[in-house]
Design a protein around this ligand. Sequence first.
Ligand code: ADP
Ligand code: MG
Length: 474
Amino acid sequence: MAAGWQDVVRDAAAVREAAAVAVDAALLAGVLMRTGEQPHSSDVVNYAPFTLLPSTVPRALFEQAYAVQQDFNLLVDAISQNKEFLEQTLASTIKVDDFTARLFRIYMQVLEEGLAQTVFLGINRSDYMFDCGLDGKAALRQIEINTIAASFGGLTSRTADVHRLVLKVLGKTEEASHLLPNNPAKGLALGIAKAWELYGSQRAVVMFLVEEVQRNIFDQRCIENELWNRNIHVVRKRFRDVFEQGSLDASRRLYMDGQEVAVVYYREGYVPQVYDQQNWEARLLLERSRAVKCPDIATQLAGTKKVQQELSRPGMLEKLLPGHPEAIARIRATFAGLYSLDEGEEGDRVAATAIADPDRFVLKPQREGGGNNLYGEELREVLEKIKDSPERTSYILMDKIRPQPALNYLLRAHSPLQVSECISELGIFGVYVRQGQELVLNEAAGHLLRTKAIEHADGGVAAGVAVLDTPYLV
Ligand code: ADP
Ligand code: MG
């Protein structure tokens, strides 16, 4: 907690007043979500959860995270074009993990047929925590990079205004003026618009591939509206719509009921539960098409936890980004300890170390979306059970990051106002566009700060654990 906020936490009346102002400001600014009770309609909505106070973030680490984003864009794009690396890296994983195997099969199938897609659009979010060392100094440590459906770039474009107002209400006008502007929605839309333009058909639309249950629709609308502002036509479809209405012509242009699609922006498709046989067929159809997929299947695979772990092996970044020693140094400086549990001596040793000292680590399966990781006693139990079976290769092991907690209030509809010890996770949005071999756009597009109470080891905003926040640089 910044020295400046201590006085706030002690003043219960001021906190209550500021919280009421904050909630109304969030509603006015459009920091919204559909409710759990009525997830299919916007008739009833509420504010998306957020912190009362902006959380402090060390300025140097914030700048470091921005400075490495273009390097990460370059790296993800390079991995997505490196068949040998993806094949080797995922070989052990796809033997035991059905979901990754299915994605990989589509990847191979599409390569065998030959890519029709010539324009590539990447939107990712690299997430970090601030690891507090024994000397009390914080270091930037990457948690993961999300290469599909990285969300909250829309809603977070509106949280800085809310926090600016809250600080003013609390008598902190000077501090309020230091909050940075932030507009990922605009940056992401710019990337989508560029891909749409390079695809080269005025009549073609951008298709948001959305979930069956769209509680976070307002986050997506922020990006949609930016596209409409540029006179780009947007449609929202689900996998099952693609199964029913989608087709390819002779040059593999994608049509939805006769309407050509230039860009497919996935906000769905990263968890196995979504895919029945029809949805897998729809996914294959999209991947085979000429449309710009964001991400294409190769880029989705580049975002797996297994790939992340292999990147930390000595010499691996040098192989993937030859001729970029400075980018490599910036990337490597953000890595936490990552360990393979593949079968063999190395994996045996790693498993034994984790079982002996589980609190030092996080055990991660090849899943996205929060709530899948294992910690502490649970980690030990699971590893004990699978340590001699090939199943262990579906996980990776990672050093646990230990940020310094700070006091804040997590504002959630229908929840009491209470102070919590919190930790934050900073995400930087990256966007890039490649045409053939030429990278025509490579940018950092803004940031997202998410904060949660320390009693939750895992879980994001959508999972109901973390809340939206704004960094206050110190
Ligand atoms: P997911 O794909 O499910 O988002 P993450 O790797 O981002 O998977 O992990 C989910 C959450 O678990 C993170 O948001 C963070 O709160 C926590 N977490 C993940 N890795 C670590 C780590 N190494 N140390 C501490 N917490 C972690
Ligand atoms: Mg995550």
